[in-house]
Write a protein that binds this ligand. Structure first.
Ligand SMILES: [Fe+2]
Length: 399
């Protein structure tokens, strides 16, 4: 076992034992320990990793699939210390069935925190409600954040560097705080561990029908939506949405679902649309290597408002106004396929890059279009294209 993590774990054990292993005290104890003995100043990964590979005297390792990977550095029946490596990307928006604190050992991350309001449970594994972002921030190396179990601490991390490494001091499990919901903005919470093999197989059979262009596909999906309960109907909608959109049958399918289930189904369309927007951004990130552009995409995926985007950009790139930084990225990312102008997945026909960037600047600075010589038609068309793309968060409200 690594000597630093042995000292850190033993210190936490002594402090928590002194507090009679009270669950409520653990996040503060874990956080204070990480600040007193910061791993970012005390752990040299270049010697920790070879020692982990070569020394057999290691703490008990879990079979967790979280992290890329997870390495346990200290274990005790009541808590453990883990290193989580992240090579690319993002955690789902989630809550925890454990508590403690995490510390950024290497790299940096966009950290988003949420509330889930107006909660209506549908099944033990499925809730609807309103997911609201309460804070988005940049976590740099050395930052420490407390974790509380249950819905009071809902968050996601988007890791900006590869690898990003976090150290987590966490309880084994906090009784009564399961399931560890994942949140799908803006309206759905799902238990990721729900095992429903029949629904999984049905979704796979629908994929077969899609790939063989079966002419009965839409009718079968509509019949399933009529027959199935809310939870399973949702999963069928989730699977079939892209193909039904290609077929022009999506609006009808969603309307059937809402007609069957009423008000509780109101947010399902928006949730599946947002999932698709995030998937598009994930796809774009696969083709874009420039770190600043990847940071921009991460913000487009995670920030829920223009002020949030600008605040995080200003923190990461303080040397110039954030609007100028975003404009520079937009200019660098513009492409010209088939005489159109393309900015990520937004496609502009009959507009020059200069006009598109002028509209973007006016939207970000809340300038009037007239001051910049933009016509009403140019404003409306360009704003609408921003609003229906991955760049939606930058679009001004429709006037
Ligand atoms: Fe977490």
């Amino acid at each position: 076992m690594d000597a630093f993590f042995k000292d850190l774990g033993d210190h936490v054990l002594a402090e928590w034992k002194h507090a009679n292993f009270s669950l409520g005290s653990f996040p503060a104890i874990a956080s204070a320990a990480l600040k007193r003995m910061p791993p970012s100043e005390n752990v040299d990964l270049e010697s920790f990793l070879p020692a982990f590979l070569l020394d057999d005297a290691q703490p008990f390792q879990t079979e967790s699939g979280f992290g890329e990977p997870e390495v346990v550095a200290y274990d005790h029946p009541r808590f453990y210390v883990q290193l989580l490596f992240w090579m690319d990307g993002t955690t789902a928006i989630h809550q925890h069935e454990f508590s403690g604190a995490f510390h950024v050992l290497r790299g940096s991350s966009i950290h988003s925190q949420f509330d889930f309001l107006n909660v209506r449970p549908v099944t033990p594994y499925f809730r609807v409600g309103d997911l609201r972002m309460k804070k988005i921030d940049l976590l740099e190396t050395g930052a420490t954040v407390q974790i509380r179990s249950g819905p009071k601490c809902i968050h996601s991390l988007f890791h900006l560097d590869a690898p990003s490494v976090t150290v987590v001091i966490r309880t084994q499990n906090d009784p009564g705080t399961a399931p560890q919901f994942n949140y799908h903005p803006p309206h759905v919470a799902l238990d990721p561990l729900l095992s429903d093999a029949l629904t999984m197989r049905r979704r796979q059979v629908l994929d077969v029908l899609e790939q063989t262009a079966d002419p009965t596909y839409t009718d079968l999906v509509l019949e399933m939506i009529r027959e199935l309960d809310f939870e399973r109907g949702f999963y069928i909608l989730q699977t079939s949405r892209p193909y039904l959109q290609d077929l022009g049958d999506w609006d009808n399918a969603l309307a059937s679902f809402v007609a069957k289930h009423g008000r509780i189904a109101d947010g399902i369309g928006a949730t599946l649309e947002e999932a698709s927007r995030r998937e598009t951004i994930r796809g774009l990130r696969a083709h874009i290597a420039e770190p600043e552009h990847r940071f921009f995409l991460a913000l487009l995926m995670n920030a829920d408002s223009l002020p949030a985007v600008l605040a995080v950009v200003a923190k990461r790139f303080p040397e110039q106004p954030p609007e100028a930084t975003v404009l520079r990225w937009a200019k660098e990312l513009i492409e010209f396929p088939d005489d159109d102008v393309e900015l990520l997945d937004a496609r502009f026909r009959d507009h020059s890059p200069e006009t598109i960037l002028a509209v973007l600047e006016a939207m970000m600075k809340k300038n009037s279009r007239r001051a910049r010589g933009i016509t009403q038609a140019e404003w409306d068309e360009i704003r609408a294209e921003f609003a229906s793309s991955s760049l939606r968060v930058l679009a001004a409200p429709a006037s």
